[in-house]
Write a protein that binds this ligand. Structure first.
Ligand SMILES: O=C(O)Cc1cc(O)ccc1O
Ligand SMILES: [Fe+2]
Length: 449
C-alpha cells in the first residue's frame, strides 16, 4: 500500500491515537489549550469564541450515580442546521418488531453476504431483530454490518439508542464528536445515544455486530461478593481526546448528517462538519474496550457457573437483576472443574440469547462444518431448549478432566429480558441455516434404570 492510500492514512491515524482511561469518569479534554472554561460550564462568552452545549444521556434528575451528560465546546452549536427530510431506511429496522411472528425455534445464521461495491458502514447495517419499543426507550436491536467503503462525506447519529459495535473482521476508525477511536476485531466500541460519528475502514472490508440499546445506558455490572475488582475493569475503557473538523479547512465541503429517529433515517446537508467539538468534559462519552482485557472468573472446584459472571456491560431495567440487555463475553480462559460437564449445559432460559462469534470456535458447538462460524450468529429465544450439540456432548462426557485452556476463541452474547423477534429479512434470509435443529439429533437414550 502506498502512503497516499486513504486506508493506510487512516490506519496510521488509528495506531497513533492517545486516550483518556476509565469507564464513567468525569473526563475532560481540549484540542486547543484554553478551550475549556474553568469554574463554570456556560460562561457568558465561552473561550476562543466557541459555543457551549450540553448533551444529556439521562434525564437531568436521574440519580447522580446514573446521571450521564457532557458539555461540548464547539465551533457551531448543533442547533445550526437545516431541516431533516426522510431518506430510505435501507436494511435498518427498529422496534417494535412486527414484520414476522416471534419464533420459538432455535435459529442460526451464516455471515452476511458480500455487500455491493461502495457500501459504507451505515449502508451496510442490516437488522436481524430485537424487542421493546424505541419510542418507549425499552428493549434492543441486533444488527450486523458488512461494509467495503469508508463513510466520507457523511456522519450518523442514533437518537433511538446507544450503539455497542462489535467488530469481527476489519479494523475501524471512528471519528466522533468527542474525538477518534480505533476498534479492531476483539475490541468493542460504545457510541452514546445521539453522538455523531463517521466510520472509516482500516482494511479492505469490515464486518461485525451491533447492539442498539434503546433502554438505560450500559453500565458496569455490580460485583457483589466478587469484590472491588474483576470482570471488565473500569480503567480499561478508553475514551477519546478532543479532535475537531473545521470548515475553515480547504478540504471541507458539505456534510450529510443522517439521524435515526424513532425507526426512520432522516438526512440534512450541513455546510460544516458537526464533528467540530474543540473541547469537552463530562461522562456521556464514547469508549473502546479490548475484550481480551476481561478478567474471566470461573469455577476452581466444580460445575459450570452461569454466564452472568462473563457480563461486560449491563443495561438495567426497572426490575433489579433483570437486564434490558447484558453484553457477555466468552473470552480465553482455563477450565479446571472436577467431575464436571465443562461446556455450557443444556438449558431453557427465561432470558433470550443472541450469540455471535468473533474468532475461533465456541465450546458448546463443534468446530467447522459451517456451523457456528465467525460472523454468524444464533438466536435461542425465551425458553427454547439448547446447549451442547451432539458431538460436543459425547466428547465432553468422555473427556479426561485435566486443566484445559480455551484459546483463540472469542464469542459473545446479547442476553435480553424480552424475546427477540426477527425481521422479515432475517427470517427469510438465504444465509439463515436450514436444519439447525439437527445438531441436537442423535442424543440417544442412555438411561439404564
Ligand atoms: O451457549 C449458550 O447458550 C450461552 C450460555 C453459556 C454458558 O456458559 C451457560 C449458559 C448459557 O446460556
Ligand atoms: Fe444459552
Amino acid at each position: 500500500m502506498s502512503g497516499d492510500d486513504p486506508r493506510d492514512h487512516a490506519r496510521k491515524t488509528a495506531e497513533g491515537l492517545s486516550y483518556l482511561t476509565g469507564f464513567g469518569n468525569e473526563h475532560s479534554s481540549e484540542a486547543v489549550p484554553g478551550a475549556l472554561p474553568h469554574g463554570r460550564n456556560s460562561p457568558q462568552r465561552a473561550p476562543l469564541g466557541l459555543y457551549a452545549e450540553q448533551l444529556s444521556g439521562t434525564a437531568f434528575t436521574e440519580p447522580r450515580a446514573h446521571n450521564r451528560r457532557s458539555w461540548l465546546y464547539r465551533i457551531r452549536p448543533s442547533a445550526a442546521h437545516p431541516a431533516f427530510t426522510r431518506v430510505d431506511n435501507g436494511a435498518i429496522r427498529t422496534a417494535p418488531f412486527t414484520e414476522a411472528v416471534p419464533d420459538p425455534n432455535r435459529l442460526r445464521w451464516n455471515p452476511l453476504p458480500e455487500p455491493a461495491p461502495g457500501t459504507d458502514w451505515l449502508a451496510g447495517l442490516w437488522t436481524l431483530g430485537g424487542n421493546g419499543d424505541a419510542t418507549q426507550r425499552t428493549g434492543m436491536a441486533v444488527h450486523l454490518y458488512h461494509a467495503n467503503s469508508s463513510m466520507t462525506d457523511r456522519v450518523f447519529s442514533d437518537a433511538d439508542g446507544e450503539l455497542l459495535i462489535v467488530p469481527e473482521h476489519g479494523g475501524l476508525l471512528l471519528r466522533t464528536e468527542f474525538g477518534l477511536l480505533h476498534a479492531e476485531p476483539g475490541h468493542v466500541a460504545l457510541i452514546p445515544r445521539g453522538v455523531r460519528f463517521r466510520v472509516e475502514l482500516l482494511d479492505e472490508s469490515a464486518r461485525g455486530y451491533v447492539c442498539e440499546n434503546y433502554g438505560a445506558v450500559f453500565q458496569l455490572p455490580d460485583l457483589g461478593p466478587i469484590g472491588a475488582n474483576g470482570l471488565a475493569n473500569a480503567r480499561d475503557f478508553k475514551a477519546p481526546v478532543a479532535a475537531y473538523e473545521d470548515d475553515a479547512d480547504a478540504a471541507a465541503g458539505p456534510v450529510e448528517v443522517v439521524n435515526k429517529f424513532c425507526g426512520n433515517l432522516w438526512s440534512a446537508t450541513y455546510d460544516h462538519s458537526p464533528l467540530d467539538v474543540v473541547a469537552w468534559h463530562g461522562n456521556h462519552v464514547p469508549y473502546v474496550y479490548d475484550l481480551r482485557r476481561f478478567n474471566v472468573i470461573g469455577t476452581i472446584s466444580y460445575d459450570h457457573p452461569d454466564p452472568s459472571i462473563f457480563t461486560v456491560l449491563t443495561s438495567p431495567s426497572d426490575t433489579p437483576g433483570l437486564a434490558g440487555v447484558d453484553f457477555v463475553v466468552f473470552a480465553p480462559r482455563w477450565l479446571v472443574g472436577e467431575d464436571t460437564f465443562r461446556p455450557p449445559y443444556f438449558h431453557r432460559n427465561v432470558m433470550s440469547e443472541y450469540m455471535g462469534l468473533i474468532e475461533g470456535a465456541y465450546d458448546a458447538k463443534a468446530a467447522g462444518k459451517g456451523g457456528f462460524v465467525p460472523g454468524g450468529g444464533s438466536l435461542h429465544n425465551m425458553m427454547s431448549a439448547h446447549g451442547p450439540d451432539h458431538e460436543t456432548f459425547e466428547r465432553a462426557s468422555a473427556a479426561e478432566l485435566k486443566p484445559q485452556r480455551i484459546d483463540d476463541s472469542l464469542a459473545f452474547m446479547f442476553e435480553t429480558r424480552w424475546p427477540v423477534t426477527a425481521t422479515e429479512q432475517a427470517a427469510r434470509a438465504t444465509h439463515l441455516q436450514r436444519g439447525y435443529d439437527d445438531v441436537w439429533q442423535g442424543l440417544e437414550r442412555h438411561f439404564r434404570p
